[in-house]
Each structure stands twice: as structure tokens, then as C-alpha cells.
Design a protein around this ligand. Structure first.
Ligand code: HEC
Length: 161
């Protein structure tokens, strides 16, 4: 059996450096702004997870051009003292009744309890918001309590118009 000539490994040096700069830039962006201990860590994780929401809700939470999805700013649901409806809608999504062209899909399989807690704590503490953080334990409890749910929630069931 003839051996194929061994392909020469390209020199990856410059690519590695670029990747390192990119990762550094992302971490800097995620950590920027807040300097307070564990709250900062939670916000940093949440800021990273929030990247999966940006396409519809926008970097600034106000939605994107074309009104795909509602603004999260000053949303009573986002800011409610009791975060249960918020956690439930993240886990299972909102039924699309045609009001918005976008779809608030379920995230139960894509995001862990820690990631859901982090992203919800993030949107509850950004843009001037000051609602208390959501804990991973709260998400775990509701994930278990609603584990047989397969349909997204109609808005009325979440207490929103
Ligand atoms: C593909 C687009 C899309 C993505 C991605 C998306 N959403 Fe949504 N979201 C929507 C739409 C559309 C609604 C409105 C649904 C309705 O009320 O019918 C919504 C509603 C919401 C609401 C309720 C707001 C209110 O006051 O009524 C919250 C909170 C929310 N999304 C959070 C998130 C978070 C957090 C993420 C990221 C993990 C996310 N969304 C990702 C489209 C999206």
C-alpha cells in the first residue's frame, strides 16, 4: 500500500493570535460596565447567553428593525417580582397568534438552568432595569414542575395581554 505524501501542516500562528484577540474582545464586552463581585459574574454569563436573543430583541433590548419581536424595556413580565411566568415562557415559548412575525421558541433543550437564570438575570438588570436576579434553582424547580408541557403558552396564561 502506497503512503500518501504527508500534507504540510500550514503555519497557524497568525490565526491563533487572531482567535485569541477575538475571544478577548468578546470577554471584555461581556464583562464591561459592572464591577461588583458575583453580580458581575452572573451578568457576564447572561450577556453571553443573550447573544442568542439579539437577532429578535436587539442588542439594546428594544427589538430590531421590522418589529420581529417586542421590546423588553420596561416589560412588566421581565420586571415582575415573581419571575415564574418569565421562566416558564423561556422554557416553553409563547404561542404564535400572529401578532408578531417572529416566534418566541422554547429554550428548554437549548439552554441549561444556569444559562436561563443568567440570561433572565441579565435582562432584569440591563437598560436601567433593577429587578432581582433569577436563580438556577428557581429554573430547575419550574422545569420539573412543567416537565410534561409540550406546547408553548398562550399569552393569557402568562398574564400578558
Ligand atoms: C426568533 C426570534 C426570537 C428570539 C431569538 C427570541 N425571542 Fe423572545 N420573543 C419573540 C417574540 C416574537 C415574542 C412575542 C411573542 C408573543 O407575545 O406572541 C417574544 C417575547 C419575549 C418575551 C416577553 C416580552 C413581553 O413583555 O411580552 C421575553 C421576556 C422574551 N421574548 C425573552 C427572550 C430571551 C431572553 C431570548 C433569548 C434567550 C429570546 N426572547 C429570544 C421572539 C424571539
Amino acid at each position: 500500500m502506497r503512503r500518501r505524501p504527508h500534507a504540510h501542516e500550514p503555519d497557524r500562528g497568525p490565526i491563533r493570535v487572531q482567535a485569541a484577540i477575538l475571544v478577548g474582545a468578546i470577554l471584555l464586552t461581556a464583562c464591561g460596565g459592572d464591577n461588583s463581585g458575583s453580580a458581575r459574574d452572573r451578568t457576564a454569563d447572561g450577556a453571553l447567553v443573550y447573544h442568542v436573543c439579539i437577532g429578535c430583541h436587539g442588542m439594546d433590548g428594544r427589538g430590531v428593525a421590522g418589529d420581529i419581536a417586542p421590546s423588553l424595556i420596561d416589560s412588566p413580565l421581565v420586571l415582575a417580582d415573581d419571575p415564574a411566568p418569565l421562566i416558564m415562557l423561556l422554557l416553553h415559548g409563547i404561542e404564535n397568534d400572529g401578532r408578531w412575525p417572529g416566534l418566541m421558541m422554547p429554550w428548554r433543550d437549548a439552554l441549561s438552568d444556569e444559562q436561563i437564570a443568567a440570561v433572565l438575570s441579565h435582562i432584569r438588570s440591563q437598560w436601567g432595569h433593577q429587578a432581582p436576579p433569577v436563580t438556577a434553582g428557581q429554573v430547575t424547580g419550574l422545569r420539573e414542575a412543567t416537565s410534561d408541557r409540550r406546547q408553548p403558552y398562550p399569552r393569557a396564561e402568562l398574564g400578558i395581554e
